[in-house]
Design a protein around this ligand. Structure first.
Ligand code: 4AD
Ligand code: MG
Length: 485
């Protein structure tokens, strides 16, 4: 008896200590037995659901966000506050549980926790709490941007997003690319498309005026007009022409009125830039990059991909494995146009040489014509940016777009115009004043070298890997026209 009392006291002391040291559920589920089992632990989390058995035991599916799977908490009726728990533990209730981690009796999990104490930390009113136990549509959850991270689907998507962010850095760091942080506030317009958000500290109601009556930007914070960046490329180029191989990974802003499942006004872009590189080299890095990041996610996000496959994207894993192992097709823009013209398909946007490829054309090329990801190169110069290297035919530029199933364009890139005279001419043709790009032109004046790069829209990659249809569901707090909650 005395021995038992000592043991009980020892256990209580251990439990008190464990109260202070919180275990992450991810660590408990992955720790190999026996170390993990039979020891007192404390976990905190939100109840996903509660089930009560006739035998007077309740089971709580507990999530702390550290892992997609929940931890089963077994709550016996002998708990002193059992009656209170029945009233207060619903979907969303925050609890702290202390108990013993033991091999699970039930199926579907290796361990469970036999609770010695459950404390309600944060109540929910089940009538008012908008997140339900059963799966809710992503569209509905979009209206709950502050709560949707409590759901398994959004946790799975965001888990993959985080791993992909790591995969991006791993890919470039392993290959000796330097990570460069290009500015977010900028005076230039990289894409020359004029779809920029203005940054100003002037009072919009009464801005200072010039003698001619226009706004006097000289009196603004930066003493000039500035905007949020649409791309870090121009600054990236200057660092590539110094450091060799660089990449940026940062937020990008576009004030284009595109209300589509593939466009955001604020998105994250990865932009590598390589000195001593031409379009073929660019294409090789882009294809490797897509394959490697998808393979990385497949390796590290098994449970998330399995869950998303069941939830929203049948065949997801197989399609990603194919993508990670596939040789990307390569065709020129002219070849793509010929294929589209011969397809016999009626497109909403009619096809002829010179048009910008629309999503429907891109998807047909990838899904039906090439049946694998494809890189389309050498687009007409009229539909591409001024900085792309003019091809010898004078009609096309050394541009490339990487197209993938479901999403269409995932990457846009090019070899850059490295000849000063041609670049200045192209700028004027595009209605840009070379005087505003003096530093950029200096690269061509002093030790100009062939160089190339591309931009990958990170959210489009996340959509691809998670099998998510709408880009608004793969970024916390999506910003789209008329929408910035
Ligand atoms: O094709 P884009 O406009 O290319 C550039 O910005 C170049 N400066 C990149 C470079 O060469 N360094 O954009 C690159 C990619 C697109 O292929 C697409 O994946 C993504 O960025 N993107 C968007 N993603 C979400 N919402 C938008 N509004 C996007 N616009 C472009
Ligand atoms: Mg593009």
């Amino acid at each position: 008896m005395a021995q038992q009392a000592v043991a009980a006291r020892a256990l209580r002391t251990k439990l008190t200590r464990a109260m202070i040291i919180r275990s992450r559920i991810a660590d408990l589920l992955t720790a190999p037995p026996p170390a993990a089992q039979g020891r007192p632990v404390t976990v905190w989390g939100w109840a996903r659901s509660r089930r009560d058995s006739k035998a007077g035991i309740s089971f709580i599916d507990l999530s702390d966000g550290s892992v997609l799977a929940g931890l089963q908490v077994v709550a016996p009726a002998t708990l002193p506050n059992y009656g209170d728990l029945l009233k207060r533990v619903h979907t969303g209730t925050a609890v702290r549980v202390t108990g013993l981690l033991v091999p699970s009796q039930g199926r579907g999990q290796s361990v469970e926790i036999q609770a010695d104490a459950i404390e309600v930390v944060g109540d929910v009113d089940p009538e008012a709490y908008p997140i339900q136990k059963q799966a809710m549509s992503l569209e509905h959850l979009r209206g709950l941007p502050h709560l949707r991270a409590r759901t398994r689907t959004v946790q799975a998507i965001m888990g993959v997003r985080s791993v992909l962010a790591g995969a991006v850095h791993r890919f470039f760091q392993d290959r000796g690319f330097a990570c460069v942080h290009t500015p977010i506030i900028t005076g230039g317009d990289c894409e020359g498309a004029g779809r920029q958000f203005r940054v100003t500290t002037l009072d919009p109601a009464k801005p200072p005026r010039t003698a001619e009556g226009g706004v006097d930007w000289a009196q603004d914070f930066f003493a000039r007009e500035v905007h949020l960046t649409v791309s870090g490329q121009l600054e990236g180029e200057t660092y590539a022409c110094g450091l060799g191989d660089i990449y940026t990974f940062g937020p990008t802003f576009r004030a284009e009125n595109s209300n589509t499942p593939r466009h955001l006004a604020e998105f994250w872009m990865i932009e590598p830039e390589m000195a001593f590189c031409d379009l073929d080299g660019d294409r090789a890095v882009a294809s490797d990059f897509v394959r490697a990041t998808v393979a990385d996610a497949l390796n590290r996000c098994g449970p998330e991909i399995e869950f998303l496959e069941k939830q929203q994207a049948p065949g997801l894993r197989a399609s990603l494995e194919t993508l990670a192992g596939s040789d990307f097709a390569h065709l020129t823009y002219s070849e793509a146009i010929t294929a589209l013209e011969r397809s016999g398909k009626r497109f909403e946007f009619p096809v002829r040489w010179g048009i910008d490829l629309q999503a429907e054309h891109e998807r047909w090329l990838v899904e039906e014509h090439c049946k694998r990801p494809a890189v389309v190169t050498n687009y007409p110069k009229e539909i591409k940016a001024f900085y792309m290297r003019l091809d010898d035919d004078g009609r096309t530029v050394a541009a490339m777009d990487v197209l993938v199933p479901r999403m269409g364009e995932l990457i846009g890139g090019s070899q850059r115009e490295d000849r000063l005279d041609v670049l200045e001419r192209r700028m004027r043709e595009a209605g840009l004043d070379p005087a505003h790009y003096a530093g950029y032109l200096d690269l061509r004046r002093f030790g100009s070298v062939p160089h190339a790069g591309f931009g990958l829209g990170f959210e489009r990659l996340v959509c691809l890997v998670t099998g998510t249809q709408n880009i608004r569901d793969v970024i916390p707090y999506p910003r789209t026209p008329g929408h910035c909650p």
